[in-house]
Design a protein around this ligand. Sequence first.
Ligand SMILES: [Cu+2]
Length: 505
Amino acid sequence: MTTLIVLFCIVLLLLIIFQIARVRDLAKQLRGSEEVEATNVANQARGLMVFMALLLIITTASAYYFKNYILGFGPHESASVHGAEIDSMMKWTLAVTYVAYILTHIFLFYYAYKYRTRKGHQAQYISHNNTIELVWTGIPAIVMTFLVVGGLDAWNTIMSDVGDDDNYMEIEATGFQFAWTMRYPGPDGLLGRKDFRLISGANPLGQDWTDPKNHDDIVVNDVTLPVDQKVRVRITARDVLHDFYLPQFRVKMDAVPGLPTYFVFTPRKTTKEWRRGLSEYAEYQEIDPASDEGLPLWQTQDFELACAELCGIGHYSMKRTVTIMEQEDFDQWYSQQTSYYEGNVKGTDDDPLYMAEMKEQRDAFTQLLSQSIATPSLEDNVVPLQYVRFQEAGELSEESFAQLDNMISFLEENQGYSAMIMGRSDNAGDEDVTEDLSGVRAQAVRQYLIDNGIDAERLGSRGSSGTTSTATNLTEGGENRNPSIEIYITEGEVSEPQTANLSSK
Ligand SMILES: [Cu+2]
């Protein structure tokens, strides 16, 4: 229906235009064509003058109206030190180009008006004028030189890297589809090494855990910084181009995969100070419609980090909060953070240090066991299980399983051998262990081995029964712990160690 009405209007409009043209033709015939032509030209010339006035008024008014946004006035004043310089450059550039814009437009329209076709006026023919050429080349050249040199100077200051003697903190921003991850150095003040080949679900930044500098690095989602502290942000991307954009700080730098970039800046306002500043403007005293508590806008504003590169369908969701704090508050926040390594990696299969330690333990243990079956007559037959630990009720602790699994492998490979599992009651370091409890513990170990496929016939267990043995100082390279459990390996059936074999080693 709407389409029909629109079509009908267009047809009507065309008819009207056609009728007006016909009326003008008739008028020409009545009054003579020259006279009508002159009136038309005069009308057009006057119309252009009106157009000029409207154009200049509307553009000036809109520039004035949006000055806070485009020039960083009032509530949009820069929150970083270098930002003031950028804003001042923008102001000077706009001031100069505004004057040029006004003058050229006035001349353009005024001369179109002045030299309109009039009876008895002949156009002048000017082929060349040196003075005019000089003026309109010279003046812009001089002005542009000042603007460009000033801009270059500001660029060099703003884009320069930190110097050797500078006091600064370095953080890292990694953009990916579709979020930012921030990395802070730990107490060592240094960011650890990364390698994109190490990136995985458990290691989103590809940190190299063999580099100790990585162990204290903190990984967070939002940006938190102390005020008046120079910050160097290493900027990088994991997949496609992103752009690290802090509008309130006039910071903007591409994040390019494989090509690290950086930006150095100094925040000069805390979030609190900034909000207090906003509260002085009427537009921020209105209630924030998104606030459940009905807070005014100035209280709900945050500095933000955005992505300024159209990087994919979730581009909009790359917004992050930037919080600027007093140094003491920042120190407190910082001390509450846990490093990514401590919180997510340490002691897991992703931790190369832990894996190396486990391998070392396994090798030492296997060597002890092999030695014990190679020389069956020696007291070496009693092998301590250093890493087997218990909870209060005699259940196995998590950390025990690695060594028990090594033992299972050994028994599987050496089918002809059996093991007596012996609890000990005298292990210093733990709480006092009764004879009963030592038996319960030995039984728990036996059960674990049976549950994991070792024939029950090949396994015996007993408590301490007053016998205390030997085994201290048996770990190689590991800490020296008194074991709660020892095993006695024999060829054939399970048997008790001879007392003679248990002399001190
Ligand atoms: Cu992005």
